[in-house]
Structures are given as structure tokens and as C-alpha cells.
Ligand binder design. Structure first.
Ligand code: AMP
Ligand code: MG
Length: 428
């Protein structure tokens, strides 16, 4: 006698990545809370205010060379003199960075150093390599100088305000701070910046097969057991995106355990992020657990690697479920979770920029789904393909320095132009 069995659920329709991303971003309401952080500590944070300069940078015209500040007319006249004295002018003052000189006396030059303010009356700097110090009778070395070439007005002068004008918005609300941006903020005198608070993210992995490295040595791993790798890169990615991470470890493949983990995480986090168990197999408990506590949209996204992806809510917290396969987990994080977390912090533009490059490979066969291939730039300016594009082969993500965004149905031939997204666009 055969017992009746419940039929397998039909496959849900695949959702296009752009559609999934726009749905996800529509749900990512930016966090309202801000905090003050020391400029030193603000790398990677998102500005919650425009930064407006109260001064001009540089504050005064200053020299970009070690040399002599001159009045071009005086030099032109000195160069007309005959013989060895041609181009010679007395040095009337010395101006180092950090000091201010006096107005330049007529028919003289000022010794000047990089960063020092240009004295009133001077209209060019002659670099010291184009000058010869002259010994004048009774006065000694360096009291006069012979200028060998005619300067052009304005040469080697950095103009006041050429970097920042007074009143200019140097960085805008919603911009993510980079090391250079921290320097720019400091250059207008800001030692404290107002930024969006860090998103609080609870992270857990599901899977009874998972073992933490360090808990069991490789030679004692039971058959079927694997080390938990997702936990390591997901935590690192979250930290790079400015999140505060609560690592909840491994949740066993049981409904009650999954419900309990979600329930406690929902209390104090903006996002609960899980990996694995997000399909519709009997050992996949994410879907019923989130549904028991809140609401869930399970999306089968038409990308490779990737596919299963879930978004839902548990109380006030967002829930995102990533696939368990390491490369799928990695890629879906970069393409979906990263923009979500940036938008949560108030960044308006969160879509990575891709560039056109030539494929220096064959063998990427067309797929029905949009595919993100792990590739690496080569010295010839083209792209090499990692040989094994399986969603379990994490080596591909380490070897690669970016992804080719290949449209559905396209077989790539050697020399084809493809869209390349460097990891530098995705990992910061
Ligand atoms: P799942 O999505 O739970 O069906 O898992 C899909 C595949 O990914 C299985 O082969 C799992 O063993 C593997 N996997 C799931 N979670 C992890 C993890 N945290 N680290 C490494 N592999 C994982
Ligand atoms: Mg699993």
C-alpha cells in the first residue's frame, strides 16, 4: 500500500534582480537617529548633515615651491642688466610656512618656502633650482640671488580658495565618508561629524552540518560536517558597512530553535540576517519561522549564483534570509544586502557602477538567469574567468577581483565587451 504524500510546493516565479532590489530599497526607510563622532573615527560612516566651510582653503595665496617670491617686472628689469649681474636682486626677507611676511620692497625678492604666504606685491615664485645665491661684498652668502629665467606671472602660487570657497558645501548629507573625505572635513576645521547611527544587525547561520573552526580539528570532523564559512565573511562585510553586529552563532535546523532566535533578535536590532535554510525543503525552517512571528516574502531571484532570498519583518526588525551556498550568500549580500544597509544609513545612490571591459575567456555558457561570474582583470586590460563557477566554490570569490554582470541568455565569446563590477565597488 502506498501512503499519500503531500505534494511538493510549486516553484514560485523568479523575480528579476532589479525588481527585487527596488522592492527592497522601498522598504529600507533610513534610520532617523544620528550621532556625533570624532572625525578620526568617521571612516565609512554616512553624513547626517551638509558640511559647509566657514573659511576658504587655502586661506591665503601661498607658495607651492621652495624658492623666491618675486615681482615679475623687477625680474624683467634685472635681467636686462649687462654681464654677471644680470638677473640679480637683493633678498629682503625670509618667509617660512607658518609665518607671514611683509609687503615685498621694490626691486627685491623674498626667500620663500612651500606653504608660506605670498607677500603683498609679489606675483610669482621662482623655484630655487632656477636661482643662484650671490655673495655680495660685506653682506655674505644669500643676501642676493641671481634669477636665471624669466618667470610668468602667477607661477608656483596656490591661490586662496582654490580648493574650497567660503560657504561651499564640501560634503553633503548622505555621503559615505572615505579617508580623503575625512581629510577634507578636517581641512575646514571639523573635528566632530554628525553621522547616521550604526545599523544594529543580528547575524546567524542555519545548518546542522555546520561546525565552527576551532571547535573541532579537521581530522576529527564527522562525515557530513563542514566548517561554517558564511559567518566569517558576512560578519566582515557587515562591519565594513558600518554595522554593529550581534553574532548569534549557529541555529540548529529546528523550527522552535529558529523561532526563538528570531524572537530574541527582533527586540533590539534593525536587521536580522541569516544564511541557509531559506529554500522550501523540509529542513528549511526560515520561512515558517518568520511567518509564525511576522510576515515574509520569499523571492526566488533570477540570478546565478543566488536564487533563494527572503525579506520579511519580525516586529520592528527587518529580516533578510540569504542562501546557504557560500558564493550565493556572498553575491546576494553584495547585490542586495549592501544597498539595503547603505540606504538604511541614508545613502541615496547605492547601485554599484559597472565598467565595460573585454572578456579574455570563453566557456561561459548562456544561462536563463542573469549571471554574476567571478573574474579577474589581467595585465592586458581584459578579464580572466575563474574555472569553476559553482556556488559552493568560495575560492572563486577570493581569486576574483570582481563580477561580470552577464545578461540572461548571453554566451560570452572571447573579446566580447562585458559589464564588470569591481569588488572595490562592492566591498567597501
Ligand atoms: P541551505 O541553503 O541551507 O540548503 O544550504 C545550501 C548549501 O550551503 C549546503 O551545502 C550547506 O551545507 C551549505 N551551507 C549552508 N550554510 C553554510 C555556512 N554557514 N557555511 C558554509 N556552507 C554552508
Ligand atoms: Mg541548510
Amino acid at each position: 500500500m502506498t501512503l499519500p504524500v503531500a505534494p511538493h510546493a510549486p516553484r514560485p516565479a523568479l523575480l528579476a534582480l532589479d525588481e527585487a532590489l527596488s522592492r527592497l530599497l522601498a522598504l529600507a526607510v533610513p534610520l532617523a537617529d544620528t550621532e556625533s563622532v570624532c572625525t578620526f573615527e568617521a571612516d565609512g560612516r554616512v553624513l547626517a548633515q551638509d558640511l559647509i566651510s566657514a573659511l576658504q582653503v587655502p586661506p591665503q595665496d601661498n607658495s607651492s615651491m621652495d624658492g623666491y617670491a618675486v615681482r615679475c617686472l623687477d625680474v624683467a628689469q634685472a635681467l636686462q642688466a649687462n654681464g654677471a649681474a644680470a638677473g640679480t636682486l637683493p633678498v629682503s626677507q625670509r618667509i617660512a610656512a607658518g609665518s607671514t611676511g611683509e609687503a615685498l620692497t621694490l626691486k627685491s625678492v623674498a626667500r620663500i618656502f612651500t606653504g608660506a604666504p605670498i607677500p603683498l606685491g609679489a606675483d610669482a615664485v621662482v623655484m630655487q633650482e632656477d636661482c643662484v645665491p650671490v655673495t655680495t661684498a660685506g653682506a655674505g652668502d644669500g643676501h642676493a640671488v641671481r634669477i636665471k629665467t624669466m618667470p610668468t606671472p602667477g607661477q608656483w602660487i596656490r591661490r586662496a580658495g582654490e580648493d574650497v570657497r567660503q560657504g561651499a558645501v564640501v560634503l553633503s548629507k548622505g555621503e559615505r565618508l572615505t579617508p580623503a573625505a575625512l581629510g577634507l572635513a578636517a581641512s575646514i576645521g571639523l573635528n566632530v561629524l554628525q553621522v547616521t547611527r550604526r545599523p544594529r544587525v543580528a547575524l546567524f547561520s542555519t545548518g546542522d552540518e555546520l561546525v565552527m573552526p576551532g571547535d573541532v580539528p579537521p581530522e576529527q570532523m564527522k562525515p557530513g560536517a563542514i566548517y561554517n564559512s558564511n559567518r566569517f565573511f558576512l560578519r566582515a562585510l557587515l562591519l565594513r558597512l558600518g554595522c554593529e553586529v550581534s553574532d548569534l552563532g549557529i541555529v540548529p535546523d529546528r523550527l522552535e530553535a529558529t523561532v526563538a532566535a528570531l524572537q530574541s533578535a527582533a527586540q533590539s536590532h534593525d536587521l536580522i540576517l541569516s544564511s541557509g535554510g531559506v529554500s522550501v525543503g523540509e529542513e528549511d525552517h526560515i520561512k515558517p519561522a518568520v511567518q509564525a512571528l511576522g510576515a515574509l516574502d520569499l523571492w526566488q531571484i533570477a540570478i546565478k549564483p543566488g536564487k533563494p532570498f527572503a525579506h520579511g519583518r519580525v516586529n520592528d526588525a527587518h529580516f533578510i534570509g540569504l542562501p546557504g551556498n557560500p558564493v550565493s550568500s556572498f553575491v546576494t549580500f553584495l547585490l542586495l544586502v549592501r544597498p539595503f544597509l547603505l540606504r538604511l544609513q541614508g545613502v541615496p545612490l547605492v547601485i554599484p557602477v559597472s565598467i565595460a571591459l573585454k572578456a579574455h575567456f570563453t566557456g561561459a555558457r548562456a544561462d536563463k538567469r542573469r549571471e554574476f561570474l567571478r573574474v579577474r582583470r589581467n595585465a592586458a586590460g581584459g578579464l580572466d574567468l575563474f574555472g569553476n563557477q559553482s556556488s559552493g566554490v568560495l575560492t572563486s570569490a577570493v581569486w576574483g577581483d570582481g563580477l561580470v554582470d552577464n545578461p540572461p541568455g548571453k554566451t560570452i565569446a572571447f573579446g566580447d565587451e562585458v559589464r564588470f563590477i569591481p569588488f572595490s565597488e562592492l566591498l567597501g
